[in-house]
Design a protein around this ligand. Structure first.
Ligand code: SAM
Ligand code: DTB
Ligand code: SF4
Length: 323
């Protein structure tokens, strides 16, 4: 039985387990609930880049920070589908389209996104979007267009949140996750470490995620990518052991969830990434770009998979709502 009532104290006890013991316990849970030889390969594409009105302190796409990013309007469907097809041929089974929006609006651009969702879906990939806040009816329309998952991160704990973002609330985020769930779309929600949060904040974020009415099917754990011009540009680099601890705890408390080793791999060695897989990560973003920042190239990841004996997971495998 999956538990969604662990207390913060119980999660803190897991999080604070001596590291090697924690990795062992996470690897055990991983074996019990998942095929440890498989890692899902996902590809991201920023379909609408930069110029965002929000103030997320980590984000290169916020208009108010001078990060030198080129602002681009919504891409054409044909370009998006060509990129998705290339990713599919390279072994990607999930395609996530990101838009630098505060929220989705009911306008022509949304209609165009619905069309892109239909197109990517017909390629046989799990199609995901991350476009900010969603209403119930927008979530429903995305579902009808064939959207498989929606990514909307909590980013950090409720307590630390207001130090990072002031232009929308934690409650707004939870409401969007509720709308996604109600529409029958798979929920992808996780966070970032390296935002200046404490260990307690990390535990609190994992507590919120694991006590939602059902565990998110997907939990991305991102290490902050420090981008020049953002308020967090000078934050210390995330320690890989902190990534491992976070992934292992997520794996133990949400054992059926896809735990995604997300942003930050460009600064990690293969040995460091192997520790994350050992600790229960079973998905990566592949391709030489995340949304706007660098990521290892497909060929580098293929070589890593070969070395570690990992294989890419098929699309639509056993993804269902779980308690
Ligand atoms: N605008 C939409 C939103 O914020 O919900 C969707 C795109 S936004 C870029 C998606 C997620 O990317 C953010 O919630 C955040 O968790 C992650 N992200 C953005 N910039 C990052 C960075 N510099 N390092 C790590 N993760 C980052
Ligand atoms: C997630 O949790 N991480 C991805 C995806 N979901 C959308 C995004 C990472 C973005 C890193 C910064 C950038 O490339 O702009
Ligand atoms: Fe905008 Fe999303 Fe970046 Fe926040 S994370 S500034 S909402 S693109």
């Amino acid at each position: 039985m999956l538990r969604n009532n662990r207390t913060r104290e119980e999660i803190a006890e897991i999080y604070n387990t001596p590291l090697l013991e924690l990795i062992y316990e996470a690897a055990t849970a991983h074996r019990q609930y998942q095929d440890t030889a498989e890692v899902q390969v996902c590809t991201l594409l920023s379909i609408k880049t930069g110029g965002c009105p929000e103030d997320c302190a980590y984000c290169p796409q916020a208009a108010r920070y001078n990060t030198g990013l080129d602002v681009q309007s919504l891409m054409k469907k044909e370009e998006v589908l060509a990129y998705a097809e290339k990713a599919r041929q390279a072994g990607s089974t999930r395609f996530c389209m990101g838009a630098a929006w505060r929220e989705v609006r009911d306008n022509k651009d949304f209609d165009r996104v619905l069309d892109m969702v239909k197109g990517v879906n017909s390629l046989g990939m799990e199609v995901c979007c991350t476009m900010g806040m969603l209403t119930e009816s927008q979530a429903q329309k995305l579902h009808e267009a064939g959207l498989h998952a929606y990514n909307h991160n909590l980013d950090t704990s409720e307590e630390h949140y207001t130090d990072i973002i002031t232009t929308r609330t934690y409650e707004d985020r939870l409401n969007t996750l509720g709308n996604v769930r109600k529409a029958g779309i798979s929920v992808c929600s996780g966070g970032i470490i390296g935002l200046g949060e404490t260990h307690e904040d990390r535990i609190a974020m994992l507590h919120t995620l694991s006590t939602l009415p059902s565990h998110p099917e997907s939990v991305p754990i991102n290490a902050l990518v420090r981008v020049k011009g953002t308020p967090l540009q000078d934050n210390p680099k995330v320690d890989v052991w902190d990534m491992v601890r976070m992934i292992a705890t997520a794996r133990i408390i949400m054992p059926k969830t896809m735990v995604r080793l997300s942003a930050g791999r460009a600064e990690m060695s293969i040995a460091e990434q192997a520790l994350c897989f050992m600790a229960g990560a079973n998905s990566i973003f592949a391709g030489d770009k995340l949304l706007t920042t660098p990521n290892p190239a497909f060929e580098e990841d293929n070589a890593m998979f070969q070395l570690l004996g990992l294989k890419p997971r098929k699309a639509f495998k056993e993804e269902k709502e779980f308690a």
